[in-house]
Design a protein around this ligand. Structure first.
Ligand code: MN
Length: 485
């Protein structure tokens, strides 16, 4: 889908790349033994290393390396057997060492790619440039006291994966689709919890614009630390429009760093961009280079879980689902597992309809997560069977579903206990049909004289008299036979 910004004179296109910092799921920090627990009291989980005490030596956490390799494989990327840690020097109160330990020239993961699906049904491959691992900074807290800033070192030294993409995004939608896909992949892998609002996944977007058809890249602005998919899309759109306006008025864009203001939906200038030179990177003298063996990498590859793309294709194939439904059902591993348990041995397409329709609507209405659902997945499969084999009608099924949700009981038990079984005994239905016709002589006469739209009314009366239990097809057939004879 082509996205352009049109002005009176010109048509502009967006060129955007993303850098995403993902906090690695690991029990302890990347270079110290302190806990990574989120939400503990401030400065509770701080070792001497995290506090930047002189003479402390970092020790690399194996688990963080494994998680980064897993993530690289999940993004179809090259794993670099040789990588090197570097010092990135800068001063900030939340970084007591005066430098960050990161990777620079030799990152642990190289080029990869991620497929995104767009709303017009097309898909696109987004290039991954690299992933490097590094330590997180502490967290500055500005809003506790109007005159002071506090620093919480619990976050200092938590492992990060910085995932850098190629400048492949041409629209806010593409960037949004990528962030959702990346979040889904790291959650499937269990390498990052992907909670953007808690800061465990933070997005920087580099944005420039150029005339449609123009080659090469113009100067870019980098929007820092956007904390939701929606805000990232808004930031890209508003920054691109701002740049177009500057160019159209004859101005120039300087390379710069900005932040996104959630209240106005606009980007705000922060500072002129630092260049790599400013950080005086050099190899970290306290850590040896990281060398991995083929065996180590292959071992991790062998333990990879099925990822969303593969799962989606399998669901479409095995359960005859549309791409759209398969997409929704595979967005999270929990939903996909729930669906598979529900569909096993039943009509998968119908099960998908119940889950994506009534079931999710009810979960939302009751503000429940999937884990809190009173309905077990198997019960949805059973409900579908009861409809398919004509034990209950689709209409009664809705009532049964509501009772399942309220009681947590199986549909089989509910149908039995409440006597909701559909009546398919034609003599029983015929008796009701006869009674309804006999006691409504005027409407029968009206029907016979040509008011054939009364047919639906007769159906309604019979259904009502049977308390909804009569098989609707049989009611229709019997009424037709009797009214039209
Ligand atoms: Mn970084």
């Amino acid at each position: 889908m082509t996205y352009t910004i049109k002005t009176e004179k010109n048509e502009w296109e967006i060129v955007c790349g993303l850098e995403i910092h993902c906090q690695i799921i690991s029990k302890s920090k990347i270079f110290s033994g302190a806990s990574t627990e989120f939400g503990d009291d401030a400065n509770e989980n701080v070792s001497f290393i995290d506090a930047g005490m002189p003479g402390m030596l970092p020790v690399l956490n194996k688990e963080c390396v494994r998680q980064a390799v897993k993530t690289g494989l999940g993004l179809n990327a090259q794993i670099n057997k040789h990588s090197v840690f570097s010092r990135k020097n800068y001063f900030y109160a939340d970084q007591p060492n005066g430098y960050q330990i990161t990777q620079y020239e030799y990152p642990i993961v190289g080029k990869g790619n991620v497929k995104i699906d767009l709303s017009d049904g097309t898909s696109k491959n987004i290039g991954i440039t690299r992933i490097h691992i590094e330590q997180d900074a502490a967290k500055s807290i500005h809003d506790l006291n109007p005159k002071k800033t506090y620093v919480d070192f619990n976050r200092a030294g938590v492992g990060l994966m910085e995932i850098v993409t190629e400048p492949d995004f041409r629209s806010p939608e593409e960037a949004g689709a990528f962030l959702k896909k990346l979040r889904s992949i790291v959650r499937y892998l269990g390498t990052c919890d992907g909670n953007m609002d808690e800061g465990s996944m933070r997005c920087d977007a580099s944005i420039s614009v150029r005339l449609k058809g123009e080659q090469g890249l113009r100067e870019r602005a980098e929007v820092k630390n956007v904390n939701s998919v929606k805000f990232a899309m808004q930031a890209i759109e508003s920054e691109a429009k701002r740049q177009v306006e500057v160019y159209e008025q004859g101005g120039t864009i300087e390379q710069q760093t900005c932040r996104f203001d959630q209240a106005t939906g606009q980007t705000k200038f922060m500072r002129k961009k630092e260049y790599a030179d400013d950080y005086r990177y050099f190899p970290e003298p306290d850590l040896p280079p990281l060398d991995l063996t083929d065996e180590y990498i292959e071992n991790i590859r062998a333990q990879m879980v099925e990822l969303p793309d593969a799962k989606k294709e399998r669901f479409m194939r095995d359960f005859n689902l549309t791409a759209y439904d398969a997409d929704l059902l595979t967005e999270s591993r929990e939903t996909a597992d729930f669906f598979e348990k529900a569909a096993k041995g039943h009509d998968g397409k119908k099960v998908a309809n119940w889950i994506l329709g009534d079931f999710f609507a009810r979960l939302n209405a009751d503000k429940l997560t999937l884990e809190q659902s009173p309905i077990k997945p198997e019960m949805i499969g059973q409900l579908v069977d009861l409809i398919t084999n004509n034990t209950i009608s689709g209409k009664i099924a809705k009532d049964v579903f509501a009772l399942m949700f309220e009681t947590g009981q199986s549909p089989i038990k509910i149908v039995e206990e409440k006597g909701l079984k559909q009546v398919t005994d034609s003599s029983q239905i015929e008796k009701i049909v006869d009674e309804v016709i006999a006691s409504n002589a005027d409407n029968l006469a009206a029907y016979k004289s040509g008011k054939t739209n009364l047919f639906g009314w007769f159906v309604g009366q019979v259904m009502k008299a049977s308390k909804g239990s009569a098989n609707p097809q049989m009611v229709n057939q019997l009424l037709k036979d009797k009214l039209d004879k």
